[in-house]
Structure formats: C-alpha cells, structure tokens
Design a protein around this ligand. Structure first.
Ligand code: GLY
Length: 402
C-alpha cells in the first residue's frame, strides 16, 4: 500500500500538476504564487532601510546581507528579473533595475573571478529582458576586468588570488576552480556586444584546458586545479569546498554540467555537450544520489545518509537539464529535470510561505569545510530554481529557451 501511495505521489510530481481547490494548477504556476510571496517579502526587507541590501541567506532567525563584491551579489537582482519574466509584472522589473544598478562598480573588480556570476545574472538578465542599452558597456567592461585574470601559459582564468585570504594558506600559484566555467557566458556575450574576439577566445581556451585537467576517469570533477605559471603544468588537484581532494563536491558537478552546456549553446561545438552529458551520467548513476535526486553536499561525504543535502546543486542541474533536453530531445533529460523540480517543490525542500526569511528553498550548503552556510537557504538556490521553472514552462509550451 505504502509503495502504491509513493508511486501515485511520484506520478503527480512527474505530471507537473497539483490540485488546489479542485482546480488543476501546474507546478510552475504553483511555485510562481509562492515565489511572489517569498521574494516579495525578501525584496521589501532588502529595501527597508532606504538602501539596497543584498540578501544571501537566512540563519538564526535573520536574513544575512552581503556587500557588492561578494560572489553571490548578483543572484538577488537576477531573481527579481526572473520574477519579472515569470509574472510580466513591471513592479518586479523596477526593483530588479534598482538591485542591478547597485552593482555598478563590480564591472571594475579584478581581485576574483566571480564577476561573471555577479554581472551576468543582474545586468545580463536585465539586458536580455529589457534591451537596456546602458547595460551593454557594463558587461563589456566586466569582461575586460575578468580578462586581466587570464594566464597565457596555462591558458586559464585564475579564479582566486594566491596571496589573499584563506587561499594564501594553501601554497597555490594559479588556482582554478570548476565554478569558473560559470563566468564564461559573460565573456561570450562581451564578444557579441563589442565585436572583440579576445573574450570569446579566452572563454574557449579556459573551457578546453579545464576539460582536459579537471575531470577524472568517471567524469566527476576536482574542485581546484592549481597550475604552474611558468611551465603551465598542473601542480596539484585538490578541493576547497568538498570533503576531500578525491571526492566529488556536489555543486562542482553542477557547475560543470551547466557550464559546458552553455559553452555548447554558444560555440556549437558538440564536445562541450558530450562532456556535460558525461558529468550528468556520473551524477545520476552515483550510488550516493538519494532517491529524491537532491544530492548530499558531497557525493563522497563520510556520513551519508547523515549529511546535509544541497538543494542549490539540484536547482542548477535541473535548469541545465531543460536546456540539454532541447538539444538532445531525449525525454530522460526532461524527466530528470521534472523530478528534481518536483522534489524541490515538496515540503521537504520548499519552505512554507511566510517562513524561511523569504527564501523559497531550504537545505543548501555553502561551504561545509569552512563552516559557512550549512543547511540553510541560499540566494543562488532560489535563482536557479526560478530559472528552471522558466525553462520548464518554455519547453512545455514548445518555445525556444534563448
Ligand atoms: N562559487 C562558490 C560556490 O559554488 O560555493
């Protein structure tokens, strides 16, 4: 009996439908209603002081706000743009503009690589949705700043400075993290906007060297690869946010799937899509992937099943899978994406409206080894969740994603 009930629940999730008050509501519409309440609360709180503050997480009963140079600073502006896209309500666009333009100075930031996340999620979405011309030079200037981190000899963009913060204690020369794949979309866009192929070429060289050096036989990836700046050789393969050097940090796998899918979209080079598919196979065949599809924070965490899950990983992979489905037409990819959206929409991960500080999803992990943001909501989990919902809606309506 129990298994029949479970099957029925799963079928309901996979059909993407839920019943409310006798009316059939799609899982996308149901989430939009919840997002309006949650993100609305968060947005009002973030603007309450008269300044624009950037909500990143919620813990110990309080929303945490981050400065503009934090790597997560673009996600809330991006979330507001996605709310505009999902609802068509101009009010969201007004707030999205305010939060986007608050990041103006980031176009000149050169001390870390995350400006792709920061500026593309904010200005990039703003440009895509409104055609705002003033956003174009911001994207190009950001690419210029990011390009200062390109190291010709290894042929990669250096992610972190080796002499700054906790990274300085690791003895690295040119550390590159898999997350860096997510910064390439901005470089590609900058070439499209400026006509300067430098940015495109840097993105391709970074993607190629990363494909060569970051991945194991089973297609899982290392978090950090450190390069020798003189010889270009790999000095070390290790981790910063994962459980161990040889483990598979969950979000790293998600960044790889998403990043290589993006590279395929823009370059048309099939090797990138094939690579994303291989990493997907690793994720979905790993014996430690739980039945509901929401990974533990690291696939090799030592105390599975008593380890925190990472909803952000699931949201990133779900969004990428909808895109992958549009290239492969393989229903399995959409089914997996739908199942992830279904799990994330369940009470196990989606907060009751009016709770969770206004964030939509619960249960993500920032960096467990650093004791930072463990089993909390994170603004990027919500960002990629909303993106997955937009893509699901488009795919099902037979509309192009881009
Ligand atoms: N880019 C840092 C992280 O994924 O936590």
């Amino acid at each position: 009996m129990k298994s029949i009930l479970r099957l029925l629940a799963l079928m309901l999730v996979l059909s993407g439908a839920a019943c409310s008050g006798g009316k059939k509501t799609s899982i996308v519409d149901e989430n939009i209603e919840i997002a309006k309440r949650q993100i609305g609360d968060l947005m009002r709180a973030s603007e309450q002081t008269g300044e624009v503050r950037i909500p990143s997480t919620y813990k110990n009963g309080e929303v945490d706000y981050v400065p503009t140079d934090d790597w997560v600073s673009g996600f809330f502006a991006g979330t507001l743009w996605y709310m505009y896209e999902l609802t068509g309500d101009e009010t969201w666009a007004e707030h999205a503009r305010r939060h986007t333009e608050n990041l103006d100075s980031i176009q000149y930031l050169q001390w870390h690589h995350d400006v792709g996340f920061m500026i593309y999620d904010s200005y990039g979405n703003g440009l895509r949705l409104t055609g705002e011309k003033a956003y174009e030079p911001v994207i190009v200037q950001t690419a210029k700043s990011l390009a200062t981190r390109f190291r010709e000899v290894p042929g990669v963009i250096q992610s972190w400075d080796a002499d700054r913060g906790w990274q300085a204690e690791r003895g690295w020369q040119c550390p590159v993290i898999i997350d860096n794949m997510m910064n390439l979309e901005l470089l590609f866009k900058a070439t499209e906007l400026s006509g300067d192929s430098t940015y495109y070429n840097i993105a391709v060289r970074h993607a190629d060297r990363t494909m060569q050096e970051h991945f194991r036989e089973d297609a899982s990836c290392y978090h950090v690869v450190d390069y020798d700046l003189t010889t270009g050789e790999v000095r070390r393969r290790c981790t910063a946010q994962g459980y161990a050097d040889e483990s598979a940090w969950a979000r790293g796998q998600a960044w790889a799937v998403y990043g290589y899918t993006t590279c395929y979209r823009i370059t048309g080079d099939r090797k990138y899509l094939d690579h994303a598919l291989k990493v997907c196979d690793f994720v979905f065949n790993d014996p430690n992937l739980p039945e509901d599809g929401i990974p533990y924070w690291d696939f090799d965490a030592p105390n599975i099943p008593d380890e925190p899950r990472d909803a952000s990983t699931a949201a990133v992979i779900a969004s990428a899978l909808y895109e992958i489905y549009t290239y492969t037409n393989d229903a399995a990819h959409k089914e997996r994406a739908d199942a992830l959206v279904g799990s994330l929409s369940s009470p196990a991960y989606r907060a009751e409206p009016g709770t969770n500080g206004g964030f939509i999803l619960m249960h993500s992990v920032g960096s467990l080894p650093h004791g930072s943001n463990i089993d909390v909501p994170l603004n990027y989990a919500d960002y990629y969740f909303l993106e997955a919902l937009i893509r699901k809606g488009r795919v099902e309506a037979g509309e192009p994603l881009f």
